[in-house]
Ligand binder design. Structure first.
Ligand SMILES: *Cc1c(COP(=O)(O)O)cnc(C)c1O
Length: 397
């Protein structure tokens, strides 16, 4: 008899043969600029902890205090018995930070997209998505009964083409939802949200932006992409984000109208049917919002380091792509080149992972770096020096 689980091993082996399996690197301590990875002391150059907030003393202290006062777990899902004063306070503070009427916090960003998108558009509706949107949006869209369309990456003319087609559809769509990432994580480019919002308004469509990589980075004091473009919440109705990146903790969230929040928490299955954040997490997120409000220096430092890094790398002759944010790809061509570079960088004390086909085009393999505000000037010079040494050795520049 054939083993019904044989595919597990077969499919895994296939990935290993193609060198497409994930090899886990283990942090032996906090995610700080100098950290221990697989026992080696290296400079962290690829975490999403943009502002270093995962180790901010006020945020750590808030988590510890909340565990003491409220316990290790919340005891339930939010709608039944798992809403604590900390969760409510976090949502009030986040809405004030975002200058929105209301905010709602989910367990993760993934759970937000997977839980909310299928509720915003269903049978008889249309979802229009940027072709490079994040996997959690793609899964959220797949869970919806709506019709689906894709427009070319950040191409507003193509978005208008799709909308014009949609308007000729019979029977007419009840609702149209346009979804885009705010900052695209592979190239670090920013969505033309100002033009998308204007087009959405023209066509009576809802606009949903996933600002996971824009928060803590773009806009006034790191308020995100809606602030960056100074857009009205009447044209970007759903601003979605995560506490797992620049906020340094974990959790997803949306900001918008009170109607949006009431609708979202009554309808999102991920929110209704999955346990709420432990008190330590809610308190840490709350403290992270507080830090962003009161310590704008972190965001300024992030940008100062980003500008210096991009300038130095371009000067050395690297192809750093079209990024407009602290995500800086170092594009080297074939997959094997990116993998060799990552390996050599690690030996030289810099940790940055290669991104290769199928995540990016075959000839656009890269090392994706993410700047961190907690780096010192000397750390930055060390990293640039390591890139230069490794690339000269490998004849990449
Ligand atoms: C990371 C990311 C998410 C998922 O957020 P989590 O809170 O980590 O689940 C969603 N969308 C985008 C664009 C992301 O980069």
């Amino acid at each position: 008899m054939r083993d019904p689980t044989a595919f597990l091993r077969e499919e895994y082996d296939e990935l290993v043969r193609a060198d497409l399996d994930w090899k886990l690197r283990v942090l032996g301590g906090p995610s700080t600029p100098w950290c221990s990875i697989d026992g080696k002391r290296v400079l962290m150059f690829c975490s999403n902890n943009y502002l270093g907030l995962s180790n901010h003393p006020k945020i750590k202290a808030a988590a510890i205090a909340a565990i003491e006062s409220h316990g290790a777990g919340s005891g339930s899902v939010r709608p039944i018995a798992g809403t604590m004063d900390l969760h409510m306070e976090l949502e009030r503070r986040l809405a004030a930070f975002k200058q929105a009427e209301a905010s709602l916090v989910y367990q993760t960003g993934f759970a937000t997209n997977a839980g909310l998108i299928p509720q915003l558009a269903g049978d008889g509706d249309l979802i229009i998505s940027d072709e490079l949107n994040h996997g959690s949006i793609i899964d959220g869209v797949r869970l919806s009964k709506a019709e689906k369309a894709v427009y070319r990456h950040s191409d507003v003319a193509d978005l208008e083409r799709v909308l014009a087609l949609a308007e000729r559809h019979a029977p007419a769509f009840r609702r149209i939802l346009i979804i885009t990432d705010g900052v695209f994580s592979m190239d670090g480019d920013i969505a033309p949200l100002d033009r998308i919002a204007a087009i959405g308004a023209e066509h009576g469509a809802m606009v949903y932006v996933d600002d996971a990589h824009g928060e803590g980075v773009l806009g006034e004091g790191g308020r995100g992409i809606v602030s960056h473009f100074r857009l009205s919440r009447e044209t970007v109705q759903v601003e979605m984000g995560t506490f797992s990146k620049a906020f340094g903790v974990v959790g997803g969230h949306i900001s918008g109208s009170r109607d949006l929040v009431h609708f979202a928490y009554n309808k999102s299955r991920t929110w209704l049917l999955s346990g709420s954040h432990p008190p330590g997490v809610a308190a840490a997120c709350l403290a992270a919002v507080d830090v962003l409000e009161h310590e704008p220096a972190h965001v300024e430092r992030l940008w100062a380091l980003t500008r210096r890094f991009k300038k130095a790398m371009a000067h050395l002759g690297f192809d750093i792509g079209r990024s407009e944010t602290p995500i800086t790809p170092v594009i080297v061509g074939e997959s094997a080149r990116a993998k060799a570079l990552s390996q050599r960088l690690f030996e030289l004390g810099v940790f940055a992972l290669p991104i290769v086909f199928p995540m990016v085009a075959k000839d656009k393999a890269r090392i994706r770096t993410i700047m961190n505000a907690a780096l010192t000037d000397a750390d930055l010079e060390t990293a640039i020096g390591a890139f230069e040494t490794a690339c000269r050795e490998l004849h990449l520049i």
